[in-house]
Design a protein around this ligand. Sequence first.
Ligand code: G6P
Length: 503
Amino acid sequence: MTETVEKDAYQAGYEFVVVANRLAVNRVTAKDGSTGWQRSPGGLVTALAPIMSSSGGAWVGWHGAADETLEPFDHDSMHLHPVPLSGQEVEDFYEGFSNGTLWPLYHDVIARPLFHRHWWDAYQQVNQRFAEAAAKVAAENATVWVQDYQLQLVPQMLRELRPDVKIGFFNHIPFPPPGLFAQLPWRHAVMKGLLGADLIGFQRESDAKNFQRAVRARLGFYIKSDRVFVPWEDDAAAPLEGFTADPARGTAPRQLSVPAEGTFRTSEATAFPISIDTDRIVELSNDPKIISRAAQIRAELGNPDTIFLGVDRLDYTKGIRHRLKAYDELLQEGKLRVGKHALVQIASPSRQGVETYQRLRDEIELAVGRINGEFDTMGHTAIRYLHHSYPVEEMVALYLAADVMLVTALRDGMNLVAKEYVAARRDGTGVLVLSEFTGAADQLRQALLINPHDIDELKAAIVQAAVLDREDEQKRMRSLRRQVVSHNVQRWAEEFMHRLHEL
Ligand code: G6P
């Protein structure tokens, strides 16, 4: 176990520390070749930046390049503390354990998770490095908020280093059903890592319940009203290495009643569905430049009757293949026609070092090429496929241009694109076709909800979306907008922090 950090070392630290695999800034290169930093556009950074600047905050994270050690620096009223990763760690911790083991396992094993012991070793080492970095920058009794599946061991590691700090954790992706989670050879260590937090946030109720059921079944801890009673002796004495194998080999004994006072601490596991920076999207959707860009996009596509839009990281969880299959069949059957209908598919490059992602890209591009080869005319394309990332301004223009948004994920923690589309549709038009396997489906009940595995149902929803009568369309969109406007990411962050401080 690592030694407790000396008190003197952290007395002048930061009151609020975020720990995430990615730092809150991206490196940008100017025309003259000089490099600088720019705040990341994502909702998480937007939500936390105000808390950072008001409470003296630091952000601990990897800056995205291998084999490079950077000194801490300040940017945009945030103190940034870069954590280095070697090339080998990028392979074993990031591409390996995070995205080759946990990501597929937590997304219903849509792809086969790989279990490699050397990946697990790297995961532990890198998590320890993040925990130590956080321990170094946090002020006495600070609040530390750890983000996402790449860092599940950090809460407990940090607690051992800094018992004085308040620790929150938020899991941005699903937490799998206990039967799937049980496959993980290091399931005990992961649960214990998470239980180091005072508050563990999940996207959906069902994620929080999955976690609780796994903890009850495997660790045997007593749980009441979302609170897990973590026995002290267990908490203090259990170095994570001790859990590389499953000592019980089966179901742990259950604690059927509240343990005696003074023998436990509690860790609350509950749902806090994340959202978007709604005001920013609404503001952009009002911008005349963006509105005219939307008109330009429609014109460039030949002013079809219906523009369908898909926006995803190029990831096998997003159901892009299912979407293309449904679209292809509708073209084959003549229910959609090139010229009258157009599909724009933005697939932003992602995790290109991981083999499953390389294979997926080949498959998607083969499918798009085939469909376009068969249905394109000289003037029109069936699917406008773009393997790019775009700035938020262009995204909002696309949302305004699209009559129908297609979100067909096979499993998704939340899906913020669905919420952004809704936020951008100020005039109350637009149809959202939404997979019931997204976290967003729990809140956006007035979308056209579909099971993406059911290709016939998906096809029917695509056709229904294209012909939905205006009244129905607006009624649905108004209700969706009420949800997204009243639950923005700032509120999500406030509610989480409020609960963390209440505990
Ligand atoms: C998901 C995860 C994030 C991750 C993002 C992009 O949204 O929940 O933690 O940062 O994907 O993936 P990347 O691997 O590029 O960080």
